[in-house]
Design a protein around this ligand. Structure first.
Ligand SMILES: N[C@@H](CCC(=O)N[C@@H](CS)C(=O)NCC(=O)O)C(=O)O
Length: 215
């Protein structure tokens, strides 16, 4: 049985994982879910992913892995080439820190269920949700821009000249920002790195509009 990716085209955590699978040259079956329709809240899906979130990676033996960063690190350990984390501890710490800036400090605050909650509990309309989303992107992208532009460890990509975990997160977050039309020009280094990543077939193939369930 092939690897199966349970995911959603517009989900940034899914985009991260698709790009990792593509960089590793791995084929997978694509299983789409519509988040707004509650397709990840069914008993069948909750048996795969107890949080009812995407992505979930179904392994060849029918077992499941959840949490995009944990899945990507598992892929990197089981299929080491090309490496998505540097070989030195300092480099790994930097790449993980850049990744967590996005994965821990932006994504959870702007997730669909948070935006829904803002609407349901506080009456936040689309404009208010956009302001919320943009605020949390800007707070961390400003800091990320400072780190990336000020560090000699930054290369063509976030860390040196080969894509790492941090680039998977950055690329997916830039796509996610398009949901609210957030322009990139305020962050020239992020913008440059995104453009370099977008030239790579593994990233292009992972981009939301290029998925079978894209609408
Ligand atoms: N930390 C988790 C987050 C997963 C997650 O929140 N995925 C989003 C899509 S990007 C989701 O399923 N959202 C559904 C919702 O918010 O109800 C990961 O990295 O896998």
């Amino acid at each position: 049985m092939a690897l199966k990716l349970h995911n959603f085209f517009r989900s940034s955590t899914s985009t991260r994982l698709r790009a990792a699978l593509n960089l590793k040259g791995l084929d997978y079956d694509y299983v789409p879910y519509v988040l707004r329709d509650g397709e990840t809240r069914t008993a069948d899906y909750l048996a795969k992913n107890p949080q009812g979130l995407v992505p979930t990676l179904e392994r060849e033996d029918g077992t499941f892995l959840t949490q995009s960063l944990a899945i990507i690190e598992w892929l990197d350990e089981t299929r080491p080439e090309p490496a998505l984390l540097p070989s030195d501890p300092d480099g790994r710490a930097r790449v993980r820190a850049l990744s967590y800036m996005i994965a821990c400090e932006i994504h959870p605050l702007n997730n669909l269920r948070v935006l829904f909650r803002l609407g349901d509990q506080f009456g936040a309309d689309e404009e208010a949700q956009k302001a919320w989303f943009t605020h949390w992107v800007a707070v961390t992208f400003d800091a990320l821009e400072n780190e990336l532009s000020g560090s000699r460890a930054t290369g063509r990509y976030c860390h040196g000249d080969t894509p790492t975990l941090a680039d998977l997160c950055l690329y997916a977050q830039v796509w996610n920002n398009r949901r609210f039309d957030i322009p990139l020009d305020t962050w020239p280094t992020i913008s440059r790195i995104y453009a370099a990543l977008d030239e790579l077939p593994a990233f292009q193939k992972a981009a939301p509009p290029n998925q079978p369930d894209a609408v």
